[in-house]
Design a protein around this ligand. Structure first.
Ligand code: FE
Ligand code: FE
Ligand code: ZN
Length: 380
């Protein structure tokens, strides 16, 4: 199931956000942890939070992504500004423990003529001071467009920050499609290559969320001006392909497009509707599996199934691993013309033989194989 939402106003409190999310068919959402320009946060209303947690649980709305004020600069040359960023983020993280187990996203900062290396060190220092071993929130570094002296314009810069942080099991990355496009990563014509590069440099297991935006500017413009989906240079076809990519489809997607609530509702309905053409997707899935296959050739249906089997068996044999197979939907997809009876048979008997408690069966979902982490594989 597509996990999609948008940036919502938090001015009326938590329950109001849950209501807004429901109204626009969102099953996740983002909000500013406090005034986006920084400053004091409102006192938490515990009753509002308690009702909100019940509502979101009942309606399967999760995870919540709190966005840090974008004026914070944890790598400023001015120690007072660095201190302000550190105190604000520490306070945000303390507040987030009242809605445990969610996500907190921040812009790494701007180094302003100090050089990216100095910026990276300051950001890591700040994280080393504020992350706590027992916190339940995952802190996400956002990929940046590289306007001005922004840190985080390349996957390498984000990786350098992560590597300098002791408690980096608490860290992840939020990929903003407009930002990476503006930074020069061609997610329209070379999506597989960009995903592979992310995996090689940072590791896909760090990727926890996507900001789904089109861009008003061409590839590599380093501008950061968001456009509505299909109204920018990335284009709707490429964004649809991205949300359905086997390596990304399980992630939560957050729209930060220039829209009011009604506009977001339209955009969410449009993107949920795209569904995608099953046959196209299966072909795409085959190509993707082929690219990951050591022989690099296009796989036949039987080869694809045996490739899936091998990957699944590798994961099952690891300690503490999980395998989830949404068998019903998977078989339905196989049967939808793209696969022969023989191929369907091969997969059915393979699944039938997986009698281990590590395999969960679910009824519905998208088609694909997803690596959630080194020890978690997901097939649907
Ligand atoms: Fe952001
Ligand atoms: Fe963003
Ligand atoms: Zn942006």
């Amino acid at each position: 199931m597509l996990r999609i939402g948008c940036h919502l106003s938090s001015s009326k409190g938590y329950c109001a956000m849950a209501k807004d999310a429901l109204k626009i068919h969102a099953n996740t959402f983002q909000y500013f942890s406090r005034n986006p320009r920084g400053g004091n946060a409102k006192a938490l209303d515990q009753e509002d939070i308690a009702r909100f947690l019940v509502e979101t649980d009942k309606n399967d709305i999760h995870p919540f992504l709190a966005h840090a004020p974008y004026t914070l600069n944890g790598c400023s040359a001015d120690p007072a500004l660095r201190d302000f960023a550190r105190r604000t983020m520490a306070d945000d993280l303390a507040r987030l423990e009242f809605t445990p187990g969610n996500l907190y996203n921040f812009h790494p900062g701007s180094h302003v003529r100090q050089g990216a290396d100095v910026g990276i060190s300051y950001i890591a220092d700040m994280l080393n001071e504020i992350l706590k071993p027992d916190q339940t929130t995952t802190v996400l570094l956002e990929t940046m467009s590289g306007k001005g002296s922004e840190v985080g314009r390349t996957f390498e810069e984000l990786k350098a920050i992560i590597d300098k942080v002791g408690l980096n099991s608490q860290l992840g990355v939020c990929l903003d499609t407009c930002h990476v496009w503006d930074a020069g990563y061609d997610i329209a014509d070379h999506l597989d290559e960009v995903i592979s590069e992310f995996d090689r440099i940072i590791g896909l297991d760090r990727l926890k969320a996507i900001h789904l935006n089109d861009s008003l500017n061409p590839l590599g413009a380093h501008k950061d001006r968001h456009a509505r989906l299909g109204e920018g240079h990335i284009g709707l076809t490429s964004l649809k392909r991205l949300i359905n990519h086997p390596a990304l489809a399980h992630l939560p997607f957050y729209l930060e497009t220039p829209n009011d609530l009604a506009g977001y509702a339209k955009e969410i309905d449009m993107i949920s509707d795209v569904g995608y053409n099953h046959l196209d997707y299966i072909k795409y899935m085959r190509n993707w599996a082929s690219a990951a296959h050591p022989n690099q050739t296009e796989l036949t249906g039987l080869q694809l199934i045996s490739w899936l089997e091998t990957r699944i068996k590798e994961v099952i044999n690891l300690p503490n691993s999980t395998v989830t197979i949404e068998t019903g939907r998977f078989l339905k997809n196989l049967k939808e013309k793209a696969f022969s009876n023989e191929e369907v048979q091969a997969f059915t008997s393979f699944v039938g033989n997986l009698t281990t408690e590590k395999v969960n069966n679910l009824a519905a979902g998208l088609f694909g194989i997803y690596y959630r982490s080194e020890t978690e594989v997901y097939v649907r």
